[in-house]
Design a protein around this ligand. Structure first.
Ligand code: GLN
Length: 246
C-alpha cells in the first residue's frame, strides 16, 4: 500500500457528551493511527451541525449527564435519518454510556421523561434507583481478551433480538447489574459503559475498531505492531484493582 491511509472520525457532541473524559478515546484513535503513519481527520459535530456526507469512517459518541442527553436527544432527531443510513452502510460507531444509550431506541430518565435514540442498536435504557459505579471487567470473546474500565450510570440497558452483548461481566454491573451482559453490538455499531476512557487501557479493542473502520476504504489490513507496554501495564493494574475492590 503506497498511498498514505487516512481515517476520518466524526465526534458527536464533543462539548455536551464528554463529561467523563471520553475525549481520551479520540486521542487514542488519533495517536494509534499516527504512530503507524495513518493520517487522521476529526470533524466535531455540535448542536445544529450537519455531519459531513460520504466522509466518515468512524463515529464517536461519549457520555454525559441526563440533562445533556435530553438536549442532545432533541438535536439528534435532525440527524437521525442520516446516521441510521450511515449505520446501515456499516460505518463504525462507538458509543460510551450516554452516547451508547442514545444509539438505542430510547433513554427514560428518573423523571420518566423519554429521550428518543437513533435506533441503530436494538437496546432500551431506563434509569434505575441504583447508581452503578465502580471498576468494570468483562470478557470479550471476539477479542479473545478482557476489557477494563470504570462505569458510572443509573441507566439499566436491556438488549433486544437484533443486538448481541459486547461482553460478559466478570466484575461490576455492566448493562443492568442482572443479566451479566455489558455493552452491545449490532452490524458495526458498538456501545459500552466503560469510561476510563475505554480505549487507552484496551488497545486490542482500539486497534480492532481502527482496522474495521479502515476496511471500507482499504480492505483487510494488518496494523503495524506498537509497543503497548504502558497501555498493557495500565490494563493489568485496572484488572487487579477491579478484582480487589468489588
Ligand atoms: N445519564 C446516563 C445514566 O446515568 C448516562 C451517564 C453517563 O454517560 N455516564 O445512566
Amino acid at each position: 500500500m503506497n498511498e498514505k491511509m487516512h481515517l476520518n472520525i466524526t465526534w458527536l457532541y464533543p462539548k455536551e457528551m464528554s463529561t467523563y473524559g471520553d475525549r481520551g478515546n479520540i486521542l487514542t484513535l488519533k495517536k494509534r493511527c499516527e504512530w503507524r503513519g495513518i493520517e487522521v481527520n476529526i470533524d466535531e459535530v455540535r448542536l445544529k451541525d450537519k455531519p459531513k456526507e460520504n466522509w466518515t469512517d468512524l463515529y464517536f459518541f461519549g457520555g454525559g449527564q441526563d440533562t445533556a442527553q435530553t438536549t442532545v436527544g432533541e438535536d439528534l432527531k435532525e440527524k437521525k435519518k442520516f446516521l441510521q443510513n450511515e449505520a446501515q452502510e456499516s460505518k463504525v460507531f462507538l458509543g460510551v454510556c450516554g452516547g451508547y444509550q442514545l444509539f438505542g431506541l430510547y433513554y427514560r430518565d428518573s423523571s420518566g421523561q423519554e429521550t428518543e435514540g437513533l435506533g441503530i442498536l436494538d437496546i432500551a435504557t431506563r434509569a434505575s434507583n441504583t447508581r452503578m459505579m465502580g471498576n468494570l471487567v468483562m470478557e470479550v470473546d471476539f477479542l479473545k481478551d478482557k476489557m477494563v474500565g470504570f462505569e458510572n450510570h443509573s441507566g439499566e440497558t436491556r438488549l433486544g433480538q437484533k443486538a448481541v452483548a459486547l461482553g460478559k461481566v466478570l466484575v461490576g454491573f455492566g448493562n443492568n447489574g442482572q443479566d451479566k451482559t455489558e455493552g452491545a453490538v449490532q452490524n458495526n455499531v458498538y456501545g459500552c459503559y466503560l469510561h476510563g476512557p475505554v480505549l487507552p487501557k484496551n488497545p486490542t479493542f482500539a486497534d480492532y475498531l481502527v482496522k474495521l473502520a479502515l476496511k471500507r476504504s482499504y480492505g483487510e489490513i494488518e496494523l503495524r505492531f506498537l509497543n503497548d507496554s504502558i497501555e498493557l501495564a495500565a490494563h493489568e493494574t485496572a484488572l487487579q484493582r477491579a478484582h480487589k475492590t468489588r
